[in-house]
Design a protein around this ligand. Structure first.
Ligand code: ZN
Length: 294
């Protein structure tokens, strides 16, 4: 992780973002290593944007698995559902997690019958191992059964609703988003399967939050330059695909995270619900810096 910073008298919550960056020490150290996720220059194991990305995922998972998330956060994190859509190779992990939800709800007392892992270039045992490590499935002899996280999510969020009700689809979106984040966190521990597209989306948000870390309100407009920073080093075709997907330009997907692209000003316009998310992450980052400077 990034090195601990020495004490400083700066009040970073009110200083400009440039000062805040200097306070963080990013400009004082020579880049000495390669980031484990994106390969960019890094001070520690990860570059700043990837470090913030891991921090975002950990904070949201902690809030959802241990805390009481506010309703405003529910709306925002549901936007992370299906962000594996354009990741053809790695979406098998997400698709299998969704299949596990379906099986566990339809036949709560039976082993899971999962077809998705058989239709991927990733070998089935690897898919199941990642899902097992994520708590989504467990093994019982030769059988695959629902894991502790999956059971908990179904119990807390998906029981007692009509499948057609609005509340059910809202909760299902949240469950899928939590599974997305959990699977991503597990994949990032194994260098073999880094979901670059998903990491790219979180890196864009990291860059946007960092650029506005000192503002009282984070704008919903994300400049194209911030987007490019987040997706730096990623195959341009994959980057284009994720852009079409998030803007709802691919068949069968609705816009997610963003509600529009302003081509005159060259900026992505976030959905209103995302501002809460950006500001939540900004506040957690500030808290972490205060902790570290003590
Ligand atoms: Zn990185």
């Amino acid at each position: 992780m990034v090195p601990q910073e020495s004490n400083t008298s700066h009040n970073h919550a009110t200083s400009g973002s440039k000062d805040w960056g200097q306070y963080r020490g990013w400009s004082r150290h020579a880049y000495t290593r390669k980031c484990k996720l994106c390969g960019g220059p890094a001070y520690g194991e990860y570059c700043r944007l990837c470090d913030y990305t891991l921090f975002q995922i950990d904070e949201i998972l902690r809030l959802y698995l241990e805390g009481t998330p506010p309703e405003a956060m529910d709306k925002a994190i549901a936007e992370f559902d299906r962000i594996y859509f354009s990741n053809l190779r790695l979406r098998v992990f997400y698709n299998t997690a969704c299949e596990a939800v379906y099986c566990a709800m339809m036949n709560p007392n039976s082993p899971l019958t999962l077809f998705e892992p058989n239709f991927s270039t990733v070998p089935e045992p690897k898919v199941l191992a990642i899902l097992e490590e994520s708590g989504i499935v467990s093994r019982e002899g030769e059988s695959v059964i629902a894991g502790p996280l999956l059971k908990k999510l179904i119990r807390l969020r998906l029981t007692g609703y009509l499948f057609t009700s609005e509340d059910f689809s809202k909760q299902l979106g949240i469950v899928y988003a939590i599974l997305t984040l959990t699977v991503t966190r597990t994949l990032l521990k194994h260098e073999e399967f880094i979901p670059q597209i998903v990491v790219g989306i979180f890196r864009v948000i990291s860059a946007h939050v960092f650029r506005n870390v000192s503002s009282t309100s984070i704008p919903r407009e994300i400049p194209r330059s911030t987007w490019d920073t987040g997706f730096k080093g990623i195959n341009p075709r994959e980057e284009a695909h994720v852009e079409w997907d998030l803007l709802g330009l691919t068949p069968n997907t609705n816009p997610r995270i963003f509600e529009n692209y302003d081509s005159e000003k060259e900026q992505f316009v976030s959905k209103e619900c995302m501002i809460y998310y950006y500001e939540y992450i900004r506040d957690r980052l500030r808290e972490r810096e205060i902790e570290r400077s003590r």
